[in-house]
Design a binder for this molecule. Sequence first.
Ligand code: 5GP
Ligand code: ZN
Length: 132
Amino acid sequence: MSWSAEEERNQLREQDCLFCKIVHGEMPSTELYSDEQCMAFNDINPVANVHVLIVPRDHVTHLTAATEQHEQLMGHMLRVGARVAKQIGISDNGYRLAINQGVDAGQIVDHLHIHVLGGGQLDNLGTPRGSM
Ligand code: 5GP
Ligand code: ZN
């Protein structure tokens, strides 16, 4: 029996994953961009004036779980970040792309994503908590 493309794609999702549910249209989001590899939507709890998430359609848990086969996807997601920044008008003044990897970085959703932050001056990057 041959698998349909849809069945094959479903192998790459995780049943209880929040971002899998969003990319499969089972949870609402404010979509800004979408293609066959990834999707961009507004963060539900923004920490900057503009806070967008770039999320792969396939379930990849962490940056550390990404392999050689994800290199094209990750490069694509960076370019989508730049494209969305331009689309929403924050490109000229500048913005930041960030990936939280693991506990110390505050990763709470175990589905790889790139944060796009901008729309105003951003805080310093990477200051350890309690050091200031
Ligand atoms: P992390 O800390 O894992 O790098 O970032 C996860 C992000 O997902 C957080 O900024 C959080 O606000 C966002 N988030 C959590 N739940 C939802 C949701 O249901 N919808 C959207 N759009 N963003 C979410
Ligand atoms: Zn997922």
